[in-house]
Design a protein around this ligand. Structure first.
Ligand code: BDR
Ligand code: CA
Length: 306
């Protein structure tokens, strides 16, 4: 399996993404690093710890990182994910502690230990990854692949211009996109197609404790606050890409992060027409929605039966 580190801010869709990564035989989770984002770091870390035990991932370290943006006042999305970050899901208290290292150091050390073998995927604000790059720029060469859920080349969700994970820490995102590696960028243009519609929630309802305690309360809460036919399970799209890249269309582009805009801060300005520009990203442009749900629900079925 592909070895991965998941940097995240759980977060409803983060929890659904971690569950997918855990259940897929194509992936092996080496560590879960947490960042402040959807809710504060104490909640994102607490949720990761609870989720780890709920899923039976006791050996996987949960490593807390940065509480807020490198330079800016912290923002959050508690209105979307609930005050605790997991909507209506109430998982049992964790019994195992967080790892004492800092997320940035864990990322550096894990990538250094196995150059070319470990994929880093970030599904929250990019603060931990930027800090890791500032401390050790060679992680660019050591990572097998680097993917994010973030950005949008059409319209944002934090603002008309910007997607939440980029808008929460635009300076970090700029560091990450300018680091000299290829950022596989799965943004809202793709993830907004992954809507957990009624038929999806019905399938989840039939998944025993996994459905009743995690999936359904998460998705139903998320659904109450979004105007679409169902909530978009953004973060799972980045994990799905790592499991089966053929689920998504990607195109090379140069992505530049707006850090100075008065109204457009955090915008991912995406040049598909490259001309003389050098691409720094592979940007998701399409999703095979049917196969995405087949994969996700199939893996969840397996997890539910364990
Ligand atoms: C992203 O923002 C967060 O609220 C979600 O967890 C996801 O990572 C979508 O814009
Ligand atoms: Ca997230």
């Amino acid at each position: 399996p592909k070895k991965i580190i998941i940097d995240c801010d759980p977060g409803i869709d983060d929890a659904l993404a971690i569950t997918l990564a855990h259940g897929s035989p194509a992936l092996e989770i080496l560590g879960i690093t947490t960042v402040g984002g959807n809710v504060g770091l104490e909640h994102t870390t607490g949720n990761a710890l609870r989720l780890r035990e709920f899923l039976g991932l006791r050996e996987v370290p949960v490593v807390p990182g940065c509480a807020g943006a490198l330079l800016r006042t912290p923002v959050n999305a508690a209105s979307v994910h609930g005050e605790d970050g997991l909507g209506g899901a109430v998982l049992p208290e964790a019994t195992l502690p967080a790892d004492p290292r800092h997320a940035a150091d864990f990322i550096i050390d894990t990538l250094r230990a196995s150059p070319g073998e470990v994929t880093l995927v970030a599904i929250g604000p990019l603060t931990n990854v930027a800090l890791a790059l500032l401390r050790e720029p060679r992680i660019v060469d050591w990572a097998r692949e680097f993917a994010i859920l973030g950005g949008s080349y059409t319209r944002g969700n934090f603002s008309p211009a910007a997607e939440f994970n980029i808008a929460a820490d635009p300076e970090a995102a700029a560091i990450v996109f300018d680091a000299g590696w290829t950022v596989t960028t799965i943004g809202l243009d793709v993830s907004r197609q992954a809507l957990a519609v009624g038929a999806v929630v019905d399938r989840m309802r039939a998944m025993g404790r996994l459905g009743a305690d995690l999936l359904v309360p998460c998705v139903e809460f998320y659904g109450m606050v979004t105007a679409e036919e169902g909530p978009a399970i953004h973060d799972a799209c980045a994990i799905a890409y790592l499991i089966d890249p053929s689920l998504l269309d990607v195109e090379p582009a140069l992505v530049q992060v707006e850090t100075a805009g008065r109204f457009t801060s955090g915008m991912t300005v995406t040049h598909f027409d490259l001309g003389d520009r050098v691409p720094n990203a592979l940007v998701g442009t399409g999703l095979d929605v049917t196969r995405f749900w087949d994969l996700l629900l199939g893996v969840y079925d397996d997890v539910a039966r364990r």
